[in-house]
Ligand binder design. Structure first.
Ligand code: 5RP
Length: 220
């Protein structure tokens, strides 16, 4: 799959125009995009980053990382996804960066999503749905989501057995066992629960373009 990710990441460079400030997502597919962006770094003004991980990679390539508060609306955001349905609605947050990703997607005119073919589904939900939660609300939010969806919330742990902490200092619940027939409705309902920072459903603001890596890449 890593070759498909590379092909998707490199294809997305075609959407970068001279003088742009580029919104940059997080993950292994985006890493290929960042490496390709580095080859044309003198043509762009800089990047807005969705995570500490992407910031480090951008800076290692000498690409300036700017604050979204000072850039205004972005022309382009490029990010990966964990699942993508035929309407370009997404599940994201496998890398725990969903909140900043959602902010940048909202701030961008065009959201180009780069995926390998394994990410395409007819109905979202096979991938556990990430929800970023304020730590003190973890159990409350888990109970409310379980009652609402019949899905099973699992507190995300890192490899060393400690709870994952996001770049914003919060925790992640992954909701297993969903079949999401109304992604916009579920996104809105989960967002209403006190303590939820954001949910990794990108349905209200889906991708505008999806590039599926392959030889050649498919553009949806
Ligand atoms: C991070 C994300 C990623 O875009 C998603 O997890 C896909 O990652 P990868 O490109 O490594 O498969 O949402 O929060």
């Amino acid at each position: 799959m890593s070759e498909a990710k590379r092909l998707a990441g490199e294809k997305a460079i075609e959407y970068v125009e001279d003088g742009m400030i580029v919104g940059v997502g997080t993950g292994s597919t985006v890493a290929f995009f960042i490496d390709a962006l580095a080859r044309i770094k003198d043509r762009i003004k800089g990047a807005v980053s969705s995570s500490d991980q992407s910031t480090q990679r951008l800076r290692a390539h000498g690409i300036e990382v700017l604050d979204l508060n000072s850039t205004g609306t972005l022309s382009l955001y490029v990010d990966g996804a964990d699942e993508c349905d035929p309407h370009k609605r997404l599940i994201k947050g496998g890398g725990a960066a969903l909140t900043r990703e959602k902010i940048i997607a909202e701030a961008s005119q065009t959201f180009v999503c780069i995926v390998d073919p394994s990410k395409r589904v007819d109905v979202l939900g096979r991938f556990p749905l990430p929800v970023e939660v304020i730590p003190m609300a973890r159990s409350l939010v888990a109970r409310e989501i379980q009652a609402m969806t019949r899905g099973q919330p699992v507190w995300r742990q890192s490899a060393d057995g400690a709870g994952v902490v996001t770049d914003n200092g919060n925790v992640i619940l992954d909701i297993h066992g969903l079949s999401i027939v109304d992604p916009v409705g579920l996104e809105q309902a989960i967002n209403q629960i006190p303590g939820v920072v954001s949910v990794g459903l990108f349905a209200r603001r889906p991708a505008d373009v999806v590039i599926v890596g392959g030889e050649p890449p498919t553009v949806l």
